[in-house]
Design a protein around this ligand. Structure first.
Ligand SMILES: [Zn+2]
Length: 388
C-alpha cells in the first residue's frame, strides 16, 4: 500500500485543487482514507461555519414552519370546535411512548442523547464503534434515516466533515439539526497554531467540556417534546454529575504519574484537550505532514524524544491504524529503549454498544485508567466504577 502522503497528494491533484499546505493534522492526515477535513471561516463565535450554515437554514425554516403551523392550528381549532377533545391523560400517554425519532452521528453523541432521551424517543446512531468520524461518508441507508428523523444531533466543529452538506440539507427541511458542541464556551476551545482560525474538534477528551453539551441535548429534546421536559431535566442532571465525577477521577489519577513521565504519545492528534485538562504533554504519531519522507523524520524525532526521556509506553487508538505507532516502538527498541504499546485508547470512537467501554463515562474511565497505569501512575485496576 502506498504511503499516506502519496495518496493524499494524488487525490488533491486529481480533484484539480491546489495542493494543501503542509500541516499538522488535528485529525485525518496519516489515515489511509483521509482527506483534509478542516474548512475555513467562523462566522459566528460559538459555531464553526458548517454548524452555522446548518443553524441558519434551520432557523429560517423553523420561522416558516412556525408560521404555517400557527395558520393551520387556527384552522383546525375552529374546525374541531364542538368535536370531542383529547383529554390531558390521552396527551400524556401518547408522549410517554417513543414518540419521535432522533438520529445521532458518533458514539460519544449517541450515548449522551440516549441517556437524556430515555424511552421518550427512538435514538438511531449512524456510526458504529469502529468508524472514524472524520472520514465517514453517509450511506443511502443513513440518508433515509436522516430524512425520517425529527431531530438530528452531531458533534460539530467539523468533526463529521463529510456530513456537512447533508446536514445543511436536512436543516433546510425544517428539522432540528443540532451540534452538541454549541454548549461549550468558545474561549474553552483549542485553536492550534497549525490551524489558525479553526478549532480542534476532539473536545470530548476533556470530560468537563463534554459535560457542557448535556444541556444542549436536554433543551433540544424538551423543545421537541415539551411534555417530557421534567424527565429530560432529571436525566440530564444525573448524567452531567456522572461525567463531572469521571473528570475528577481523571485529574486525580493522572496526577499520580511521575511528572517526567507525563507524556502521552498516541496514533493521531486527538488528545490535546485531554492533555490540557489533566496535565500531560501530548504528541500524535500520525497526522504530522503530507510528505512521507518528512513523516519518517517526524517518527525519528519522536523516537529520540521517547528514548531520551525514557517514556515507557505509547498508545494505539480504536478505529485508527497501528502501523506508524508500531514503527515508533520498533525504532525505540532498535535504539536500546524498551518502549511498549500501552494499550488501545478510545479516541474518536467508543467500545462496542452494550459494553462499559461503549458508554462515554466508560470510555473516559478506560483511557484514564490505562494511561495512568502504563505511565507509572496509580489507578484502580478496575477503574472509576469497578467496571473495567
Ligand atoms: Zn480525530
Amino acid at each position: 500500500m502506498p504511503p499516506f502522503g502519496a495518496n493524499h497528494t494524488r487525490r488533491w491533484r486529481k480533484q484539480g485543487r491546489r495542493r494543501p499546505i503542509r500541516f499538522r493534522s488535528l485529525c485525518t492526515a496519516g489515515l489511509t482514507r483521509a482527506a483534509p477535513c478542516v474548512t475555513p471561516c467562523f462566522l459566528r463565535p460559538d459555531l464553526n461555519n458548517r454548524d452555522r450554515a446548518v443553524a441558519a437554514v434551520g432557523t429560517n425554516m423553523k420561522r416558516l414552519l412556525t408560521l404555517s403551523i400557527l395558520t393551520l392550528s387556527a384552522f383546525w381549532m375552529s374546525a374541531l370546535a364542538g368535536c370531542d377533545r383529547q383529554t390531558d391523560e390521552d396527551v400524556s400517554s401518547q408522549t410517554s411512548e417513543p414518540g419521535y425519532r432522533v438520529v445521532t452521528t458518533c458514539g460519544m453523541v449517541t450515548d449522551l442523547v440516549r441517556r437524556v432521551a430515555g424511552d421518550r424517543a427512538e435514538v438511531d446512531p449512524m456510526m458504529g464503534n469502529d468508524i472514524d468520524p472524520h472520514t465517514y461518508n453517509p450511506t443511502r441507508n443513513d440518508i433515509a434515516k436522516l430524512e425520517a428523523a425529527d431531530v438530528i444531533f452531531y458533534s460539530g466543529l467539523n468533526l463529521e466533515a463529510r456530513l456537512a452538506d447533508t446536514l445543511v440539507r436536512m436543516a433546510g427541511s425544517g428539522k432540528r439539526v443540532v451540534p452538541v458542541t454549541r454548549g461549550i464556551a468558545q474561549d474553552k476551545l483549542l485553536e492550534p497554531d497549525e490551524f489558525e482560525g479553526h478549532y480542534d474538534p476532539h473536545v470530548w477528551n476533556d470530560a468537563s467540556l463534554w459535560a457542557d453539551t448535556v444541556s444542549v441535548i436536554r433543551d433540544t429534546l424538551a423543545a421537541q417534546d415539551p411534555a417530557g421536559e421534567a424527565d429530560y431535566g432529571v436525566r440530564a442532571a444525573e448524567l452531567e454529575q456522572k461525567i463531572r465525577a469521571v473528570h475528577e477521577y481523571a485529574k486525580q489519577c493522572i496526577a499520580t504519574i511521575p511528572e517526567r513521565s507525563r507524556v502521552l504519545v498516541t496514533a493521531h492528534d486527538a488528545f490535546n484537550y485531554f492533555g490540557r485538562a489533566y496535565g500531560l504533554e501530548v504528541h500524535g504519531v500520525q497526522g504530522i505532514t503530507t510528505e512521507h519522507e518528512a513523516g519518517l523524520s517526524e517518527i525519528n524525532r519522536l523516537v529520540r524524544m521517547l528514548c531520551d526521556r525514557k517514556i515507557g509506553a505509547i498508545f494505539v487508538e480504536q478505529a485508527f491504524e497501528e502501523r506508524q505507532v508500531k514503527a515508533v516502538v520498533e525504532g525505540a527498541r532498535a535504539n536500546g529503549h524498551n518502549l511498549r504499546v500501552g494499550g488501545k485508547l478510545y479516541s474518536d470512537a467508543m467500545g462496542e454498544p452494550g459494553t462499559y467501554g461503549g458508554t462515554f463515562v466508560g470510555m473516559v474511565d478506560h483511557n484514564v485508567t490505562l494511561i495512568t497505569r502504563a505511565l507509572g501512575g496509580e489507578a484502580p485496576e478496575a477503574g472509576f466504577q469497578n467496571k473495567l
